[in-house]
Design a protein around this ligand. Sequence first.
Ligand SMILES: [Zn+2]
Length: 345
Amino acid sequence: MRPQEILLPAAAGLCCKPGGFHIDPVRPVERAVITHGHSDHARAGHGAVLATQETLDMMRLRYGENFAGSTQVIRYGEEIRLGDVRVKFHPAGHVLGSAQIAVTCKDTCIVASGDYKDALDPTCTPFELVPCDVFITEATFGLPVFRHGDAADEVKKLLASVALFPERAHLVGAYSLGKAQRVIALLRRAGYDAPIYLHGAMEKITSYYQSRGIELGELRPAAGMKKAALAGTITLAPPSATSDIWARRFPDPVTAFASGWMRVRARARQGGVELPLVISDHADWDGLTTTIAATGAGEIWVTHGQEDALVHWCRSKGLKAQPLDLVGYGDEEESETPDAGETEA
Ligand SMILES: [Zn+2]
């Protein structure tokens, strides 16, 4: 069976005709199958939604109880029949509950990986390699210049700065869903056991992570704290808040930003970031190319990000490759740089 008969880009997103559903649709559809809880992939207003428990819970937190007509939970490794295809979820290692979706029709298997990373993350199930015929990959950091390095080393940089400036507060800009909790977990792994402070916009999702058994230690709201009491502390906030009036409550803050984009010095400078931390929830160039090769797929479809270099790389390795022109997937790290508006509630 030709893969295009199974999955095809459409205006609403990736459409599976024989299965009667869309993957991560960007506009309301009858049946949606959703990879993870970031708002560009998980939108409200669909008839039926199939996703992991965590993704459904995150949608509920963001949009309220009635975010979809009906919902169905699927576990990692579980297989469900939809129309003429079989659908199976596998961990994507991107954020809590994130999944790659394997769609099999007759003997052809396509894996839509959504957003993924192969790096260590104590806050979610590790990425699982799924052999397939066609692998659909993101390309957020699809250029050889992007090499994220070890996130633990970046957290050591943060702790060294805290030790160096005990009279200053450290404000770490991090995306509210996933990145913030990962930075906290990495700080704990590095032995930091003081309370960590949170911007109000992160409290709900962070306590959700804790309710799912993710150990984050003692967390406190930054709101209501006296300025002097915040000296020597670490606060996590949405990136836009770190350059906001909100930041004035902190004593002489060191502004940090945890993002894969911090590899690009000009970006850090533009955003007024004093302490760039290269920590990303997306695979870097090596992660993308290693994963693509390891799936054994003969055909690669590349979506949302820097498609060209990755398509070129695939072809140079003798793989069939094409960009998928899907619109509506902003990279969450891209859309939340310090100088962009904060949209996450
Ligand atoms: Zn994402």
